[in-house]
Design a protein around this ligand. Sequence first.
Ligand SMILES: Cc1cc2nc3c(=O)[nH]c(=O)nc-3n(C[C@H](O)[C@H](O)[C@H](O)COP(=O)(O)OP(=O)(O)OC[C@H]3O[C@@H](n4cnc5c(N)ncnc54)[C@H](O)[C@@H]3O)c2cc1C
Length: 406
Amino acid sequence: MRGGTVAVVGGSIAGCALASAAARAGADEVVVLERTHGRLADRGLGLCIHDGRAAELAATGALPAGIAAHRLTRRRWVVRDDTAGGPAGRVFWEQPFPFHSYHWGLLWRGLREATPASVVYRQGAAVTGVAGDGERAEVRLAQGTAEAFDLVVGADGYRSVVREAVCPESRPAYAGYVCWRGNFDARRLEALGDGGWPAESVTTVCFGGGSCVIYRIPGPDGPRVNWVLYAMPPQTGRRLPFDDPTSFPPGRVTEELAAHLGALLDREFPPYWARVLGLTEPADTFVQPIYDLETARTTAGRLLLAGDAATVVRPHNTSGAAKALQDATAFEDAWRRAGTWGELLHAYQAARGAAGREMVALARRLGRGQVEQTPAWAAMNHREAESWWQGQLGGAADIGGQAMTP
Ligand SMILES: Cc1cc2nc3c(=O)[nH]c(=O)nc-3n(C[C@H](O)[C@H](O)[C@H](O)COP(=O)(O)OP(=O)(O)OC[C@H]3O[C@@H](n4cnc5c(N)ncnc54)[C@H](O)[C@@H]3O)c2cc1C
């Protein structure tokens, strides 16, 4: 099928990838409608993509070449052990970790720069609603205008406006815990005076009721250290606004949440790793609630969902970016094989629907094992840790997303 007009709502990872896919597949007109005005590239944070998924995505063109990535190979699981552990704690298990880490802003910039020149990328274009009659889809914009397209792609993230039309019964569900996230210039590690840790190694600090993943990422001005600490928020009886993922952006973490993090580091962390996280500026620390979201459908009429708009997978699975790029690959593939819009939408739903739901289920098991119902990690030997991990995988080959079927 060739020709047609496509609007992509949201111009982040999924939005850039889907817009490129539509243009490559032969759409006449592709418009990205992104509500923000500023540079998305400033949202600097770390994420990882599994090497297997990255190779598949590079081969399909969904992951452009030349984007800065940092190679990771091993993951060490560490507990505080004041008697036998030393300041960096005790490594109770080590496993392969075949991933590369990315800086969100650099990944976005690479995807944006790889977007074909024919794609119109409009910023400050906030979509307030979509509607469709099965033959066309209409996008309503905040300034009160409406525009019609042959297809509207919802790549507008976890609180998707497009999803409200496709699957109104699906709402993100708060998992009951949050993550504190931060990153800092890796040169700051020199202040600890020990040369840091092997660059290709990821550390997961484990404690009762949570865990923290620490690894290096590339950055615009050299390598950075990125960390994500999962735990329950303080139980004050006062309702915190955990229905809004942007409630505590960088520099706006409340004193209560900052103090809670400090107490966790003092009480649970090996001293070395507490000092590592302590190198983070308050302005580079923020708190995000963790959510699950699965949808029964990823298409309806002339509407289609991709990325976090379709599925929100808890970050323990390290699969969100890869999944968004896989959605773009499946979309392009469905387009090239289809003779009609109906065939395209049907093939996309068939390719992506079940995959999203399976990843949500896997990430729930990972969240249970690593935050909600943590085991007695300090007492585990290698074999027990391996079996605990296999229990979480529940038959899945690995974390990081599923292999794409040819
Ligand atoms: C703590 C944490 C760690 C993570 N770690 C990893 C990891 O290691 N590996 C990994 O692969 N993934 C990770 N992820 C997930 C990953 O970041 C996302 O899954 C991925 O970036 C896909 O996002 P997206 O483009 O679908 O949505 P988003 O990035 O949310 O983008 C949505 C875009 O739509 C725009 N928008 C929203 N509403 C409208 C509207 N009404 N009109 C116009 N524009 C709109 C927004 O401004 C935004 O630009 C992590 C997530 C979290 C929270």
